[in-house]
Design a protein around this ligand. Structure first.
Ligand code: SAM
Length: 272
């Protein structure tokens, strides 16, 4: 069946065999792995995943594609690895329940996916914050988003801080727009996001506080961190300046210059 891609669902299907193989190599899978795939589309990546792992749990929103996937994988000729297709919206599904019900290891499973771009950030956030997060994600995102996620101090954003707070992101390789059908406007990239295992020791309250302060720091892009923090948190400018400079930052520092560790130290300093 010929499927007309729905732009509104971020449907750009990967057509390049060598890119598919490169993703599979990067995911480093074994026959013990049960993998979660988000947005399997017409199943190009799903098929390759099924060849190298124990089982693929694939969640697809578009019912037309769910039908195609059922015919392909659940029909008479299932691939060696086994594929389960779940019709649903990744952002609405009860992920912890799905993980338990479908045999994903709640202490460590992988996500491999070519993500729908219109909801990349909410999906990444969901996977980092969910009760049973994956140990590793190898995902395709827009190249510009990939660069923002792996940014270093000097070019940080709330997105970069949010991912790097929970995990270590790495830029793996660029995928040119010509590799997709229909061809998107921009290039993509594969990134690996590895969960920071010590994260389990941080309480929800600490995390909430951390992001309340980070959001205040980024609130007005052109303003200095001192101005943003003193306005947003009702702190005296002099106090913020003293704490910031004691960490080696100048009074003109802007939020994008701080890495996650800098934020941690600053927050401890500000509230001790
Ligand atoms: N994996 C396929 C490939 O590489 O060719 C398709 C990737 S395409 C970029 C994104 C896929 O995500 C589409 O199949 C789209 O229908 C699906 N999708 C979009 N929004 C979704 C959602 N909220 N939950 C689950 N799947 C979604």
């Amino acid at each position: 069946m010929d499927i007309i891609a729905k732009k509104s669902l971020g449907q750009n299907f990967l057509k390049d065999e060598s890119v598919l193989n490169h993703i599979i190599e990067s995911a480093n899978l074994s026959k013990d792995d049960v993998v979660l795939e988000i947005g399997p589309g017409q199943g190009a990546l799903t098929e390759k995943l099924a060849d190298v792992c124990k089982k693929v749990i694939a969640i697809e929103l578009d019912e037309r594609l769910v039908e195609v996937l059922h015919t392909k994988f659940v029909g008479n000729n299932p691939p060696a690895g086994g594929v389960e297709i779940i019709a649903g919206d990744i952002l609405k599904i009860n992920l912890p329940e799905l993980i338990i019900e479908h045999g994903l290891d709640k202490t460590g499973y992988k996500v491999v996916a070519n993500l729908p771009y219109y909801i990349t950030s909410p999906i990444v956030r969901l996977l980092l914050e969910t009760k049973y997060p994956p140990t590793e994600m190898v995902v395709m995102v827009q190249k510009e988003v990939a660069e923002r996620i792996v940014a270093k101090p000097g070019a940080m954003s709330i997105l970069a801080v949010s991912v790097q707070y929970y995990a270590k992101p790495e830029f793996l390789f660029t995928v040119f727009k010509q590799s997709f059908e229909p061809m998107p406007k921009v290039d993509s990239a594969i990134i690996r996001i590895t969960q920071n295992m010590e994260h389990g020791t941080i309480t929800k309250e600490e995390t909430k506080k951390f992001f309340r302060i980070v959001r205040a720091g980024f609130s007005a892009k052109r303003k200095t961190l001192i101005n943003n923090l003193s306005n947003g948190l009702q702190l005296e400018k002099k106090v913020v300046e003293e704490k910031l400079t004691s960490l080696g930052f100048s009074p003109n520092t802007r939020a994008q210059e701080l890495g996650v560790e800098d934020w941690r130290k600053l927050i401890i300093n500000l509230f001790k």
